[in-house]
Design a protein around this ligand. Structure first.
Ligand code: GLU
Length: 520
Protein backbone atom coordinates (compact mmCIF):
# COMPACT_ATOMS: atom_id res chain seq x y z
CA UNK A 1 0.00 0.00 0.00
CA UNK A 2 1.25 3.47 -0.82
CA UNK A 3 1.67 5.86 2.05
CA UNK A 4 -0.48 8.88 2.67
CA UNK A 5 2.62 11.01 2.65
CA UNK A 6 1.33 14.29 3.87
CA UNK A 7 -1.17 12.86 6.30
CA UNK A 8 -3.77 14.48 4.14
CA UNK A 9 -7.45 14.23 4.59
CA UNK A 10 -8.53 11.87 1.85
CA UNK A 11 -12.15 11.19 0.96
CA UNK A 12 -13.64 9.10 -1.74
CA UNK A 13 -16.85 9.13 -3.71
CA UNK A 14 -17.54 5.56 -4.77
CA UNK A 15 -20.60 5.30 -7.01
CA UNK A 16 -21.76 2.08 -8.63
CA UNK A 17 -22.43 2.76 -12.31
CA UNK A 18 -25.67 0.81 -12.36
CA UNK A 19 -28.08 3.63 -13.20
CA UNK A 20 -28.21 7.28 -14.11
CA UNK A 21 -26.54 9.64 -11.67
CA UNK A 22 -29.23 11.25 -9.53
CA UNK A 23 -29.66 13.89 -6.83
CA UNK A 24 -28.87 11.47 -3.99
CA UNK A 25 -25.48 10.50 -5.44
CA UNK A 26 -24.75 14.09 -6.37
CA UNK A 27 -25.34 15.04 -2.74
CA UNK A 28 -22.84 12.42 -1.50
CA UNK A 29 -20.31 13.58 -4.09
CA UNK A 30 -20.80 17.24 -3.22
CA UNK A 31 -20.45 16.76 0.54
CA UNK A 32 -17.24 14.76 0.07
CA UNK A 33 -15.93 17.45 -2.25
CA UNK A 34 -16.85 20.26 0.16
CA UNK A 35 -15.19 18.47 3.06
CA UNK A 36 -12.03 17.82 1.03
CA UNK A 37 -11.79 21.38 -0.24
CA UNK A 38 -12.50 22.90 3.15
CA UNK A 39 -9.69 20.83 4.67
CA UNK A 40 -7.29 21.11 1.74
CA UNK A 41 -7.59 17.37 1.33
CA UNK A 42 -7.89 15.02 -1.62
CA UNK A 43 -11.10 13.96 -3.29
CA UNK A 44 -11.01 10.58 -5.02
CA UNK A 45 -13.48 9.14 -7.51
CA UNK A 46 -13.65 5.36 -7.36
CA UNK A 47 -15.94 3.41 -9.64
CA UNK A 48 -17.52 0.43 -7.89
CA UNK A 49 -18.27 -1.67 -10.93
CA UNK A 50 -17.94 -5.18 -9.51
CA UNK A 51 -21.49 -6.06 -10.52
CA UNK A 52 -20.66 -6.98 -14.11
CA UNK A 53 -24.23 -7.41 -15.21
CA UNK A 54 -25.61 -4.14 -13.93
CA UNK A 55 -22.59 -1.87 -14.39
CA UNK A 56 -22.50 0.03 -17.66
CA UNK A 57 -19.94 2.37 -19.23
CA UNK A 58 -22.79 4.64 -20.21
CA UNK A 59 -23.63 5.20 -16.54
CA UNK A 60 -20.00 5.77 -15.65
CA UNK A 61 -19.85 8.46 -18.34
CA UNK A 62 -23.03 9.98 -16.98
CA UNK A 63 -21.50 10.19 -13.49
CA UNK A 64 -18.43 11.96 -14.82
CA UNK A 65 -20.20 14.44 -17.10
CA UNK A 66 -22.61 15.31 -14.27
CA UNK A 67 -19.80 15.90 -11.78
CA UNK A 68 -17.99 18.02 -14.33
CA UNK A 69 -21.11 20.01 -15.08
CA UNK A 70 -21.65 20.71 -11.37
CA UNK A 71 -18.03 21.78 -10.95
CA UNK A 72 -17.23 18.89 -8.59
CA UNK A 73 -13.73 18.13 -9.78
CA UNK A 74 -11.79 15.17 -8.45
CA UNK A 75 -8.10 15.13 -7.67
CA UNK A 76 -7.64 11.43 -8.23
CA UNK A 77 -9.55 8.55 -9.68
CA UNK A 78 -11.15 7.21 -12.80
CA UNK A 79 -11.46 9.73 -15.62
CA UNK A 80 -13.28 9.60 -18.97
CA UNK A 81 -10.02 8.68 -20.68
CA UNK A 82 -8.44 6.45 -18.03
CA UNK A 83 -7.44 7.53 -14.58
CA UNK A 84 -5.14 9.81 -12.63
CA UNK A 85 -3.43 9.35 -9.27
CA UNK A 86 -1.02 6.91 -7.70
CA UNK A 87 -3.45 4.77 -5.74
CA UNK A 88 -5.13 3.09 -8.71
CA UNK A 89 -6.56 1.25 -10.43
CA UNK A 90 -9.63 3.26 -9.49
CA UNK A 91 -12.17 0.92 -11.05
CA UNK A 92 -12.99 -2.09 -8.91
CA UNK A 93 -13.30 -4.28 -11.99
CA UNK A 94 -9.53 -3.84 -12.43
CA UNK A 95 -8.61 -4.60 -8.82
CA UNK A 96 -9.38 -8.31 -8.70
CA UNK A 97 -5.86 -9.41 -7.74
CA UNK A 98 -5.72 -7.00 -4.82
CA UNK A 99 -8.92 -8.39 -3.33
CA UNK A 100 -7.72 -11.96 -3.85
CA UNK A 101 -4.53 -11.25 -1.93
CA UNK A 102 -6.48 -10.10 1.13
CA UNK A 103 -9.06 -12.87 0.84
CA UNK A 104 -6.35 -15.51 0.78
CA UNK A 105 -4.79 -13.95 3.84
CA UNK A 106 -8.06 -14.16 5.75
CA UNK A 107 -8.64 -17.74 4.59
CA UNK A 108 -5.15 -18.77 5.69
CA UNK A 109 -5.63 -17.15 9.07
CA UNK A 110 -9.01 -18.87 9.38
CA UNK A 111 -10.66 -15.52 9.86
CA UNK A 112 -12.68 -16.33 6.77
CA UNK A 113 -13.88 -19.69 5.48
CA UNK A 114 -15.68 -21.37 2.62
CA UNK A 115 -19.36 -21.89 3.13
CA UNK A 116 -20.96 -24.69 1.11
CA UNK A 117 -24.50 -24.39 2.44
CA UNK A 118 -27.05 -24.45 -0.35
CA UNK A 119 -29.92 -22.02 -0.63
CA UNK A 120 -32.30 -24.75 0.61
CA UNK A 121 -30.17 -25.41 3.66
CA UNK A 122 -30.00 -21.72 4.46
CA UNK A 123 -33.79 -21.38 4.01
CA UNK A 124 -34.31 -24.28 6.40
CA UNK A 125 -32.04 -22.65 8.97
CA UNK A 126 -34.11 -19.42 8.75
CA UNK A 127 -37.37 -21.34 9.09
CA UNK A 128 -36.12 -23.03 12.23
CA UNK A 129 -35.02 -19.71 13.70
CA UNK A 130 -38.32 -18.13 12.79
CA UNK A 131 -40.20 -20.86 14.65
CA UNK A 132 -38.06 -20.22 17.71
CA UNK A 133 -38.65 -16.49 17.27
CA UNK A 134 -34.93 -15.90 16.87
CA UNK A 135 -33.51 -13.24 14.53
CA UNK A 136 -32.20 -14.72 11.25
CA UNK A 137 -28.52 -15.60 11.36
CA UNK A 138 -25.99 -17.94 9.79
CA UNK A 139 -25.10 -20.47 12.44
CA UNK A 140 -21.54 -21.04 11.31
CA UNK A 141 -21.92 -24.71 10.28
CA UNK A 142 -19.20 -24.61 7.67
CA UNK A 143 -16.74 -22.95 10.03
CA UNK A 144 -16.59 -26.27 11.83
CA UNK A 145 -15.78 -28.42 8.80
CA UNK A 146 -12.51 -30.35 8.87
CA UNK A 147 -9.95 -29.93 6.09
CA UNK A 148 -10.96 -33.21 4.45
CA UNK A 149 -14.66 -32.37 4.63
CA UNK A 150 -13.89 -29.05 3.03
CA UNK A 151 -11.98 -30.64 0.15
CA UNK A 152 -14.81 -33.08 -0.41
CA UNK A 153 -17.43 -30.31 -0.45
CA UNK A 154 -15.39 -28.20 -2.83
CA UNK A 155 -15.60 -31.02 -5.33
CA UNK A 156 -19.23 -31.86 -4.72
CA UNK A 157 -20.85 -28.47 -4.53
CA UNK A 158 -21.10 -26.25 -7.54
CA UNK A 159 -21.62 -23.03 -5.76
CA UNK A 160 -20.13 -21.74 -2.55
CA UNK A 161 -19.15 -18.51 -0.87
CA UNK A 162 -16.61 -17.09 1.54
CA UNK A 163 -17.80 -15.87 4.92
CA UNK A 164 -16.07 -13.72 7.50
CA UNK A 165 -15.99 -15.31 10.92
CA UNK A 166 -17.14 -12.74 13.44
CA UNK A 167 -17.09 -12.73 17.23
CA UNK A 168 -20.32 -13.53 19.00
CA UNK A 169 -22.01 -10.87 21.08
CA UNK A 170 -19.41 -8.18 20.64
CA UNK A 171 -20.21 -4.49 20.77
CA UNK A 172 -19.15 -2.44 17.76
CA UNK A 173 -19.11 1.27 18.22
CA UNK A 174 -18.16 4.16 16.03
CA UNK A 175 -18.36 7.87 16.33
CA UNK A 176 -20.29 9.21 13.37
CA UNK A 177 -19.33 12.82 12.62
CA UNK A 178 -22.98 13.63 11.96
CA UNK A 179 -24.97 11.18 14.05
CA UNK A 180 -22.70 10.92 17.09
CA UNK A 181 -22.08 7.60 18.80
CA UNK A 182 -23.52 4.64 16.90
CA UNK A 183 -23.58 1.19 18.48
CA UNK A 184 -24.21 -2.28 17.09
CA UNK A 185 -23.83 -5.76 18.50
CA UNK A 186 -22.49 -8.58 16.36
CA UNK A 187 -25.47 -10.69 17.37
CA UNK A 188 -27.72 -8.34 15.36
CA UNK A 189 -25.66 -8.63 12.21
CA UNK A 190 -26.92 -12.06 11.20
CA UNK A 191 -23.85 -14.14 11.99
CA UNK A 192 -20.83 -14.77 9.79
CA UNK A 193 -21.55 -12.90 6.59
CA UNK A 194 -20.57 -13.47 2.98
CA UNK A 195 -17.65 -11.35 1.78
CA UNK A 196 -16.85 -13.03 -1.54
CA UNK A 197 -17.95 -15.59 -4.05
CA UNK A 198 -16.16 -18.88 -4.63
CA UNK A 199 -13.94 -17.42 -7.35
CA UNK A 200 -12.65 -14.89 -4.82
CA UNK A 201 -14.62 -12.06 -6.36
CA UNK A 202 -15.55 -9.78 -3.47
CA UNK A 203 -18.92 -8.42 -2.46
CA UNK A 204 -19.43 -4.72 -1.81
CA UNK A 205 -18.40 -4.54 1.86
CA UNK A 206 -15.16 -6.37 1.33
CA UNK A 207 -14.09 -4.55 -1.83
CA UNK A 208 -14.99 -1.24 -0.24
CA UNK A 209 -12.88 -1.88 2.86
CA UNK A 210 -9.85 -3.06 0.88
CA UNK A 211 -10.07 -0.05 -1.40
CA UNK A 212 -10.57 2.46 1.40
CA UNK A 213 -7.44 1.04 3.01
CA UNK A 214 -5.38 0.85 -0.16
CA UNK A 215 -6.45 4.33 -1.19
CA UNK A 216 -5.82 5.72 2.27
CA UNK A 217 -9.33 7.05 2.81
CA UNK A 218 -9.34 8.92 6.11
CA UNK A 219 -13.06 9.69 6.06
CA UNK A 220 -16.02 7.78 4.69
CA UNK A 221 -18.88 10.17 3.93
CA UNK A 222 -21.95 8.52 2.43
CA UNK A 223 -25.71 8.16 2.69
CA UNK A 224 -27.57 6.95 5.76
CA UNK A 225 -28.63 3.84 3.85
CA UNK A 226 -25.08 2.58 4.46
CA UNK A 227 -25.15 2.85 8.28
CA UNK A 228 -25.97 -0.85 8.56
CA UNK A 229 -22.94 -1.74 6.41
CA UNK A 230 -20.58 0.13 8.69
CA UNK A 231 -20.34 -2.48 11.51
CA UNK A 232 -19.64 -5.15 8.90
CA UNK A 233 -16.95 -3.01 7.36
CA UNK A 234 -15.40 -2.36 10.76
CA UNK A 235 -15.31 -6.13 11.39
CA UNK A 236 -13.52 -6.65 8.09
CA UNK A 237 -11.13 -3.83 8.90
CA UNK A 238 -10.38 -5.41 12.28
CA UNK A 239 -9.86 -8.84 10.73
CA UNK A 240 -7.39 -7.40 8.25
CA UNK A 241 -5.69 -5.21 10.83
CA UNK A 242 -6.56 -2.01 9.00
CA UNK A 243 -7.03 1.34 10.68
CA UNK A 244 -10.66 2.45 10.86
CA UNK A 245 -11.57 5.62 8.99
CA UNK A 246 -13.91 8.22 10.39
CA UNK A 247 -17.51 7.86 9.28
CA UNK A 248 -20.20 10.41 8.49
CA UNK A 249 -23.62 9.32 7.27
CA UNK A 250 -25.75 11.92 5.51
CA UNK A 251 -29.48 11.99 6.23
CA UNK A 252 -32.03 10.48 3.88
CA UNK A 253 -33.55 12.74 1.27
CA UNK A 254 -37.34 12.94 1.64
CA UNK A 255 -40.09 14.36 -0.54
CA UNK A 256 -42.16 17.28 0.76
CA UNK A 257 -44.66 14.66 1.95
CA UNK A 258 -41.86 13.23 4.15
CA UNK A 259 -41.75 9.94 2.26
CA UNK A 260 -38.48 8.64 0.89
CA UNK A 261 -37.50 10.37 -2.33
CA UNK A 262 -38.66 8.49 -5.38
CA UNK A 263 -39.48 9.06 -9.05
CA UNK A 264 -42.73 10.58 -7.89
CA UNK A 265 -40.83 13.56 -6.49
CA UNK A 266 -39.15 14.23 -9.78
CA UNK A 267 -35.96 12.27 -9.23
CA UNK A 268 -34.73 12.33 -12.72
CA UNK A 269 -31.13 11.93 -13.71
CA UNK A 270 -28.99 14.82 -12.54
CA UNK A 271 -28.02 15.64 -16.10
CA UNK A 272 -31.73 15.82 -16.88
CA UNK A 273 -31.82 18.98 -14.76
CA UNK A 274 -29.34 20.59 -17.15
CA UNK A 275 -31.57 19.59 -20.01
CA UNK A 276 -34.57 21.08 -18.23
CA UNK A 277 -32.85 24.43 -17.87
CA UNK A 278 -31.33 24.43 -14.40
CA UNK A 279 -28.01 26.09 -13.80
CA UNK A 280 -25.19 24.16 -12.16
CA UNK A 281 -24.68 26.79 -9.47
CA UNK A 282 -28.37 26.52 -8.57
CA UNK A 283 -28.17 22.76 -8.18
CA UNK A 284 -24.98 22.97 -6.14
CA UNK A 285 -26.61 25.50 -3.83
CA UNK A 286 -29.82 23.47 -3.59
CA UNK A 287 -28.06 20.13 -3.04
CA UNK A 288 -25.79 21.61 -0.36
CA UNK A 289 -28.93 22.53 1.58
CA UNK A 290 -30.10 18.90 1.49
CA UNK A 291 -28.74 18.12 4.93
CA UNK A 292 -26.54 21.12 5.65
CA UNK A 293 -27.09 24.74 6.64
CA UNK A 294 -24.61 27.35 7.77
CA UNK A 295 -26.26 27.67 11.19
CA UNK A 296 -28.48 30.59 10.20
CA UNK A 297 -31.23 31.05 7.65
CA UNK A 298 -29.06 32.26 4.79
CA UNK A 299 -29.79 30.17 1.74
CA UNK A 300 -28.05 31.52 -1.30
CA UNK A 301 -24.40 30.77 -1.83
CA UNK A 302 -22.08 29.72 -4.60
CA UNK A 303 -19.57 26.88 -4.30
CA UNK A 304 -16.73 29.00 -2.91
CA UNK A 305 -18.91 30.34 -0.13
CA UNK A 306 -20.25 26.91 0.73
CA UNK A 307 -16.72 25.51 0.94
CA UNK A 308 -15.77 28.29 3.35
CA UNK A 309 -18.75 27.74 5.58
CA UNK A 310 -18.98 23.95 5.38
CA UNK A 311 -18.49 21.58 8.31
CA UNK A 312 -19.75 18.05 8.91
CA UNK A 313 -20.91 19.10 12.36
CA UNK A 314 -23.40 21.51 10.76
CA UNK A 315 -25.04 18.62 8.90
CA UNK A 316 -28.37 17.44 10.22
CA UNK A 317 -29.36 13.94 11.32
CA UNK A 318 -33.01 14.20 10.38
CA UNK A 319 -34.25 13.70 6.83
CA UNK A 320 -33.55 16.44 4.30
CA UNK A 321 -36.58 17.66 2.40
CA UNK A 322 -36.40 17.85 -1.37
CA UNK A 323 -38.58 20.80 -2.31
CA UNK A 324 -38.91 21.44 -6.03
CA UNK A 325 -40.37 24.90 -5.35
CA UNK A 326 -37.19 25.84 -3.54
CA UNK A 327 -35.05 24.55 -6.39
CA UNK A 328 -37.02 26.68 -8.83
CA UNK A 329 -36.66 29.71 -6.60
CA UNK A 330 -32.90 29.22 -6.31
CA UNK A 331 -32.62 28.63 -10.05
CA UNK A 332 -34.52 31.83 -10.80
CA UNK A 333 -32.13 33.70 -8.54
CA UNK A 334 -29.07 32.45 -10.42
CA UNK A 335 -30.67 33.08 -13.81
CA UNK A 336 -31.08 36.71 -12.77
CA UNK A 337 -27.49 36.90 -11.60
CA UNK A 338 -25.95 35.65 -14.82
CA UNK A 339 -24.94 37.82 -17.72
CA UNK A 340 -27.74 37.99 -20.27
CA UNK A 341 -25.45 36.77 -23.07
CA UNK A 342 -24.73 33.62 -21.08
CA UNK A 343 -28.40 33.08 -20.43
CA UNK A 344 -29.17 33.60 -24.10
CA UNK A 345 -26.59 31.02 -25.14
CA UNK A 346 -28.14 28.58 -22.70
CA UNK A 347 -31.69 29.39 -23.87
CA UNK A 348 -30.92 28.72 -27.53
CA UNK A 349 -31.14 24.91 -27.25
CA UNK A 350 -34.48 25.32 -25.48
CA UNK A 351 -35.81 27.53 -28.27
CA UNK A 352 -34.68 24.90 -30.75
CA UNK A 353 -36.32 22.18 -28.65
CA UNK A 354 -39.57 24.20 -28.64
CA UNK A 355 -39.33 24.30 -32.46
CA UNK A 356 -39.14 28.09 -32.48
CA UNK A 357 -35.75 28.58 -34.08
CA UNK A 358 -33.20 26.67 -36.07
CA UNK A 359 -29.54 27.23 -35.60
CA UNK A 360 -27.61 27.93 -38.76
CA UNK A 361 -23.89 28.10 -38.94
CA UNK A 362 -22.45 31.04 -40.75
CA UNK A 363 -19.08 32.67 -40.93
CA UNK A 364 -20.71 36.02 -40.53
CA UNK A 365 -19.21 38.19 -37.82
CA UNK A 366 -21.27 40.44 -35.64
CA UNK A 367 -20.71 44.19 -35.73
CA UNK A 368 -17.97 45.46 -33.40
CA UNK A 369 -20.57 47.19 -31.26
CA UNK A 370 -21.72 43.71 -30.29
CA UNK A 371 -18.23 42.55 -29.53
CA UNK A 372 -17.63 41.31 -33.06
CA UNK A 373 -16.94 37.82 -31.83
CA UNK A 374 -20.31 36.30 -31.20
CA UNK A 375 -20.68 32.64 -32.12
CA UNK A 376 -20.50 31.83 -35.77
CA UNK A 377 -24.12 30.88 -35.66
CA UNK A 378 -27.21 32.63 -36.72
CA UNK A 379 -30.75 31.74 -35.95
CA UNK A 380 -33.71 31.27 -38.14
CA UNK A 381 -37.20 31.79 -36.82
CA UNK A 382 -38.64 29.46 -39.44
CA UNK A 383 -42.28 30.16 -38.69
CA UNK A 384 -41.63 33.80 -39.53
CA UNK A 385 -39.12 33.04 -42.24
CA UNK A 386 -36.86 35.43 -40.45
CA UNK A 387 -33.16 35.31 -39.88
CA UNK A 388 -32.16 36.47 -36.42
CA UNK A 389 -28.85 37.54 -35.01
CA UNK A 390 -27.65 36.49 -31.61
CA UNK A 391 -28.42 39.96 -30.35
CA UNK A 392 -32.00 39.82 -31.52
CA UNK A 393 -32.47 36.59 -29.61
CA UNK A 394 -30.72 38.18 -26.67
CA UNK A 395 -33.14 41.12 -26.70
CA UNK A 396 -36.01 38.65 -26.43
CA UNK A 397 -34.39 36.61 -23.68
CA UNK A 398 -33.54 39.75 -21.73
CA UNK A 399 -37.25 40.48 -21.38
CA UNK A 400 -37.67 37.24 -19.47
CA UNK A 401 -34.45 36.96 -17.52
CA UNK A 402 -36.14 38.34 -14.41
CA UNK A 403 -39.08 36.02 -14.70
CA UNK A 404 -37.72 32.63 -15.70
CA UNK A 405 -37.36 29.91 -13.11
CA UNK A 406 -35.93 27.45 -15.59
CA UNK A 407 -34.40 28.15 -18.96
CA UNK A 408 -36.80 25.70 -20.58
CA UNK A 409 -39.63 28.14 -19.80
CA UNK A 410 -38.32 30.50 -22.44
CA UNK A 411 -40.15 28.59 -25.19
CA UNK A 412 -43.53 28.98 -23.55
CA UNK A 413 -42.94 32.53 -22.35
CA UNK A 414 -41.51 34.03 -25.51
CA UNK A 415 -42.99 31.88 -28.29
CA UNK A 416 -44.94 34.80 -29.78
CA UNK A 417 -41.73 36.47 -30.93
CA UNK A 418 -40.91 33.52 -33.12
CA UNK A 419 -44.27 32.66 -34.65
CA UNK A 420 -45.95 34.24 -37.62
CA UNK A 421 -49.08 35.16 -35.73
CA UNK A 422 -49.68 35.09 -32.02
CA UNK A 423 -52.59 32.77 -31.27
CA UNK A 424 -55.48 34.16 -29.19
CA UNK A 425 -59.25 34.50 -29.09
CA UNK A 426 -60.44 37.91 -30.24
CA UNK A 427 -62.34 38.38 -26.93
CA UNK A 428 -58.97 38.63 -25.21
CA UNK A 429 -58.45 42.02 -26.90
CA UNK A 430 -61.34 43.51 -24.90
CA UNK A 431 -60.33 45.50 -21.86
CA UNK A 432 -62.91 44.96 -19.10
CA UNK A 433 -66.36 45.80 -20.55
CA UNK A 434 -65.24 48.23 -23.20
CA UNK A 435 -67.33 47.88 -26.40
CA UNK A 436 -65.43 46.25 -29.29
CA UNK A 437 -65.81 49.37 -31.47
CA UNK A 438 -63.98 51.45 -28.87
CA UNK A 439 -61.16 48.93 -28.74
CA UNK A 440 -60.92 49.16 -32.54
CA UNK A 441 -60.69 52.94 -32.27
CA UNK A 442 -57.91 52.70 -29.71
CA UNK A 443 -56.04 50.14 -31.78
CA UNK A 444 -56.23 52.67 -34.61
CA UNK A 445 -54.88 55.38 -32.37
CA UNK A 446 -51.99 53.14 -31.35
CA UNK A 447 -51.27 52.34 -34.99
CA UNK A 448 -51.22 56.05 -35.79
CA UNK A 449 -48.98 56.91 -32.84
CA UNK A 450 -46.50 54.19 -33.61
CA UNK A 451 -46.46 54.86 -37.37
CA UNK A 452 -45.37 58.41 -36.62
CA UNK A 453 -42.28 57.31 -34.75
CA UNK A 454 -39.19 57.87 -36.85
CA UNK A 455 -36.52 56.70 -34.44
CA UNK A 456 -37.74 53.28 -33.21
CA UNK A 457 -36.40 53.26 -29.68
CA UNK A 458 -37.73 51.81 -26.46
CA UNK A 459 -37.95 55.31 -24.88
CA UNK A 460 -39.72 56.87 -27.84
CA UNK A 461 -42.30 54.07 -27.96
CA UNK A 462 -43.03 54.41 -24.28
CA UNK A 463 -43.22 58.22 -24.38
CA UNK A 464 -45.62 58.33 -27.34
CA UNK A 465 -47.79 55.45 -26.20
CA UNK A 466 -48.11 56.82 -22.67
CA UNK A 467 -49.24 60.15 -24.14
CA UNK A 468 -51.84 58.33 -26.23
CA UNK A 469 -52.96 56.21 -23.30
CA UNK A 470 -53.27 59.22 -21.02
CA UNK A 471 -55.69 60.83 -23.45
CA UNK A 472 -58.01 57.83 -23.29
CA UNK A 473 -60.60 57.22 -20.55
CA UNK A 474 -58.01 54.96 -18.91
CA UNK A 475 -54.65 53.49 -19.89
CA UNK A 476 -55.98 49.95 -19.96
CA UNK A 477 -58.12 50.46 -23.05
CA UNK A 478 -55.03 51.39 -25.02
CA UNK A 479 -52.31 49.26 -23.52
CA UNK A 480 -54.23 46.02 -22.93
CA UNK A 481 -55.25 45.45 -26.56
CA UNK A 482 -51.76 46.47 -27.64
CA UNK A 483 -50.23 43.79 -25.42
CA UNK A 484 -52.66 41.12 -26.62
CA UNK A 485 -52.24 42.09 -30.28
CA UNK A 486 -48.48 41.78 -30.02
CA UNK A 487 -48.17 38.75 -27.77
CA UNK A 488 -51.52 36.95 -27.80
CA UNK A 489 -51.12 36.59 -24.02
CA UNK A 490 -52.68 37.96 -20.85
CA UNK A 491 -49.37 38.00 -19.12
CA UNK A 492 -46.31 38.86 -21.12
CA UNK A 493 -43.40 41.22 -21.11
CA UNK A 494 -44.45 44.90 -21.20
CA UNK A 495 -46.07 46.09 -24.46
CA UNK A 496 -43.40 48.76 -25.12
CA UNK A 497 -40.62 46.21 -24.75
CA UNK A 498 -42.37 43.80 -27.07
CA UNK A 499 -42.99 46.49 -29.67
CA UNK A 500 -39.39 47.56 -29.53
CA UNK A 501 -38.07 44.03 -29.97
CA UNK A 502 -40.55 43.11 -32.72
CA UNK A 503 -39.60 46.21 -34.69
CA UNK A 504 -41.86 48.81 -36.23
CA UNK A 505 -43.06 46.88 -39.22
CA UNK A 506 -44.03 43.71 -37.35
CA UNK A 507 -45.61 45.71 -34.53
CA UNK A 508 -47.84 47.61 -36.92
CA UNK A 509 -48.71 44.44 -38.81
CA UNK A 510 -49.83 42.69 -35.62
CA UNK A 511 -51.87 45.68 -34.48
CA UNK A 512 -53.61 45.84 -37.85
CA UNK A 513 -54.31 42.12 -37.75
CA UNK A 514 -55.86 42.51 -34.31
CA UNK A 515 -58.20 45.14 -35.70
CA UNK A 516 -59.26 42.82 -38.51
CA UNK A 517 -59.75 39.98 -36.06
CA UNK A 518 -61.99 42.15 -33.89
CA UNK A 519 -64.15 43.09 -36.84
CA UNK A 520 -64.69 39.48 -37.94
N1 GLU B 1 -20.95 1.85 -4.24
C1 GLU B 1 -21.61 2.27 -3.04
C2 GLU B 1 -22.82 3.09 -3.43
O1 GLU B 1 -22.91 3.52 -4.56
C3 GLU B 1 -20.64 3.09 -2.23
C4 GLU B 1 -20.99 3.25 -0.81
C5 GLU B 1 -19.83 3.82 -0.04
O2 GLU B 1 -19.54 5.00 -0.22
O3 GLU B 1 -19.21 3.07 0.70
O4 GLU B 1 -23.72 3.27 -2.65
Amino acid sequence: MKKNKKNDIRVRFAPSPTGYFHIGSARVALFNFLFAKKNKGTFVLRIEDTDKERSKKEYEKDIMRSLEWLGISWDEGATPKGERGEFGPYRQSERGEIYKKYLRKLLEERKAYYCFCSKEELDKMREKQKKKKEPPRYEGNCFLLSESEKEKMKKERKDFTIRLHIPDNKKIEFNDRIRGKVEFNTKDIGGDFVIAKKDLSPLYNFACVVDDHEMNATHVIRGEDHVSNTPKQILIQEALGFSIPEFAHLPLILGTDKSKLSKRHGTVSLYGYKEKGYLPEALVNFIALLGWNPGNDEELFVMEEIINKFSLEDCQKSGAIFDMGKLNYINGYYIRKRDVSDITKMCIPHLVEADLIRVEFTEEQYPPAYGGKEPKESYYAHHREKKMSFNEVKDIVSLYQERMRTLAEIGELANYFFVKEPVYEKELLIWKNTPAEDITTYLDKSIKTLSDIKEWSREEIEKRMVETANKAQNRGVVLWPMRVALSGKKASAGPFDIAYVLGKEETLRRLKNAKIKLQQ
